[in-house]
Design a protein around this ligand. Sequence first.
Ligand SMILES: Cc1cc2nc3c(=O)[nH]c(=O)nc-3n(C[C@H](O)[C@H](O)[C@H](O)COP(=O)(O)OP(=O)(O)OC[C@H]3O[C@@H](n4cnc5c(N)ncnc54)[C@H](O)[C@@H]3O)c2cc1C
Length: 287
Amino acid sequence: MSPLSSPAIIVPETLADALASLAELGADGTPLAGGTWIMRAPLRDEPMAHAYVALGRIAELRRIKISAKRVEIGASATHAMLAAALERCDDLAALRNAAAQSANPAIRHAATVGGNLCARRFPAPDLATALLGLDASVEVADAAGSERLTMEAFLAARGALGPGRIVTKVIVERTGHRSAHSRLPLRKAGDYPVAIVSVAVRLDDADRIVEARIAVGSVEGVPRRWTALEEALAGQPIAAVDVAAIARPRADRFTGRDGVEAPGWYRVHVLPVLVGRAFAALTSAAT
Ligand SMILES: Cc1cc2nc3c(=O)[nH]c(=O)nc-3n(C[C@H](O)[C@H](O)[C@H](O)COP(=O)(O)OP(=O)(O)OC[C@H]3O[C@@H](n4cnc5c(N)ncnc54)[C@H](O)[C@@H]3O)c2cc1C
C-alpha cells in the first residue's frame, strides 16, 4: 500500500459476513476492533493493513452472558462494558479490576477484549493477564468453523493466529476461586503498567491454599504463570503466609524486558510487592 492511500474498511453486520470477508482478503485483511492499538501502528513503525474488517456492528460479539457456572464474554465487549457487567461477580474481581483500571476512561470505552488478546507484541495486556490467572479459554473462528483453546495455548500461538481467523469469545468457568489483580502504573495516566500480577486462589475449609494461579504481565514479552511461586504456596494458610517473602527468591524466574517506561530489572524487582498486594486484597475481600 502506498503511504498516501487509505486502507479499505469493511463493516459487516454478521459474524458469518465478517469471516467471509476475512477469508476472501487473506493476508491483506485484518480485524478492526476498538482501534486503540491499530491507530498507533505508525508510532511502532508498523505498516497499516490493506483492508480492515470492522467487528463493532456484530451484536453477538458484544454480548456478555453471566450464569452461576460461567461467564462468556464476546470479543467486542469493551473494557468498560466488562467492568460494569462483572459488578456483582466478586469471584472474578481480578478481571473486573483489570477492566476497570487499565489505560484511561476514554480508552476503556473503545478498547475490546479481543483486541487486548490479539494485539501482537503488546506486552502489557491487563485483561489477557487476568484471564490467564482465571484459566479462561478462548474461542477462535474462521470461515470453516471454530475451536476452543486454553489461554496458555492461545498466548503461545497468538502471533500465529493467521489470516482469516478471529477471536469470537472468552469463557471463564466460575470454580469458587477468589481472585485479585495488582498492577504498577506509571505516573502519567493512560500509560502502560510496569508490571501486572493477577491471582486466583482456591482454599480448603481450613483456609489453606489448595491451588494458586499467578499470572504475570508486562515483565516479559507475553504474560505467563509464575509456577515456582504457585507450587511454594500450595498448602499454606492464607491468613498467615508472607507471600512477598516467599516470592522474593523466586522472582529470578523472570527476565524483565527493557522498555521506555522502565528497565527490565525493575519490572522483576517489583513483583514480590505486587503479588503481596494481590494476596492482601484477597484476604481483605473475604473479611
Ligand atoms: C495510551 C494507551 C494506554 C493503554 N493502556 C492499557 C493498559 O494499561 N492495559 C491494557 O490492557 N490496555 C491498555 N491499552 C489498550 C490496548 O490498546 C487495548 O487493550 C488492546 O490492546 C487493543 O484493543 P482494541 O479493541 O483497540 O484493538 P484494535 O486496535 O482494534 O486491534 C488490535 C489488534 O488485535 C486484532 N484484533 C482485534 N480484535 C480481534 C478479534 N476479535 N479477533 C482477532 N483479532 C483481533 C486487530 O487485528 C489488531 O491486530 C492502552 C491503549 C492506549 C492507546
